[in-house]
Design a protein around this ligand. Sequence first.
Ligand SMILES: *[C@@H]1O[C@H](CO)[C@@H](O)[C@H](O)[C@H]1NC(C)=O
Length: 243
Amino acid sequence: MSERKNSQSGHQSLMASTSSFCFLAALLALVSWQAIASDPSPLQDFCVADMHSPVRVNGFACLNPMDVNVDHFFKAAMLDTPRNTQDSKAGSNVTLINVMQLPSLNTLGISIARIDYAPLGENPPHTHPRATEILTVLEGTLYVGFVTSNQNNMNKLFSKVLNKGDVFVFPEGLIHFQFNPNPHQPAVAIAALSSQNPGAITIANAVFGSKPPISDDVLAKAFQVEKGTIDWLQAQFWENNHY
Ligand SMILES: *[C@@H]1O[C@H](CO)[C@@H](O)[C@H](O)[C@H]1NC(C)=O
């Protein structure tokens, strides 16, 4: 009897320690999940992406470091070249150097882009699911902004007019845009992003240009308009201005 009691209380304390372990594990998982919402830190000096490896990991498998040479870290000048913006309905053209263009960016959590804006052109509202962006204006003027998440029950707009040499930050995941308000002059910006593969979700394209389309019942209610307005929007051509 007393043995049984002992084993019962042993069982109970095991249960208690198991549940506190579960709680701790859940807490740790939550903390580490938040910590890996951005690119994880490298565990070696470099891990140049082996694009031909059949191994599937988060990112890319590493080339043998003995086979790595200086050219893996180099991309011949291409960001000095103005991009064509005439064919773009939005009037912008983003040239991104991410891990696909420069495999040594693998595991390093960084990438760079040149953005060309036609007169009155814009980089339409979009978000980078995996990166904060820091942008500087090389030529011209940009009206830029981002909108917060629904914290404090509102989506607050932070916006600013930037001139040549000015710097602006777009926090990770938030919807942001850049617009060239000058009807006569183009604008150029360089942006650095805190991911080897920032990703870009252009809001209008994702919502109205998805394939297959989102039901117009869903979108009419979400945007508080008639279904015909949604059908018209869905019939437009939603080009990708990110390369
Ligand atoms: C962006 O620029 C490249 C190179 O000039 C061009 O091939 C591409 O068509 C342009 N995209 C748009 C949307 O204008």
